[in-house]
Design a protein around this ligand. Structure first.
Ligand code: FES
Length: 171
């Protein structure tokens, strides 16, 4: 599964919530034009909705008065805008060179075995979505992954099991 799918098919916008509008308007005060607010608006909607549906994309387009195609381009370029539903927790798993040298392939297999998901998949209970990402900028402590906003370093199979258990216990 790619997290980005180009071309919205929605014909009806989902009304933005009051909180989403308020936060987008706040961003509009910080940026010189509406076009520049596009990415921030996508991130705001994703924070509130978990992902950016076609209906949400259309709503942002109408609200900012910018073409859906422009927003789609931003979402495609910024590949952490989720254009499909994701699990409650998103595992962003670095598979760039330092993490690869330090054995991330084996850890990927471990996650695959433990959670029954590979890159692009969401667990059956919708607790986790597993997504590969390029370097997370902490190469000297590879292998590295993020879950939500938390960075986890020097990963081992045991650490991953503990991290997964901790997130499950938060549910
Ligand atoms: S290569 Fe994985 S954090 Fe840099």
């Amino acid at each position: 599964m790619s997290t980005n799918i180009i071309a919205s098919t929605a014909t009806k916008a989902r009304p933005l919530t009051a909180a989403e509008i308020s936060e987008i308007e706040h961003e509009m005060e910080l940026y010189p034009d509406k076009q520049a607010v596009g990415l921030e608006a996508l991130k705001i909607v994703q924070k509130h909705q978990g992902w950016v549906s076609d209906e949400s994309m259309l709503a942002i387009s109408k609200f900012l008065d910018i073409p859906v195609a422009d927003l789609e381009s931003v979402a495609t370029f910024f590949n952490l805008v989720y254009r499909q539903p994701v699990g409650k927790n998103v595992i962003l798993f670095c598979n760039s060179v330092s993490c690869w040298i330090m054995g991330c392939d084996g850890l990927r297999s471990h996650i695959n075995d433990q959670l029954g998901v590979d890159f692009g998949d969401t667990t059956e209970d919708e607790a986790f979505t597993f997504i590969p990402v390029p370097c997370l900028g902490d190469c000297d402590r590879a292998p590295v992954m993020m879950v939500g906003d938390d960075l986890h370093r020097n990963l081992t199979e045991e650490k991953i099991d503990q991290i997964v258990a901790d997130y499950r216990n938060k549910e």
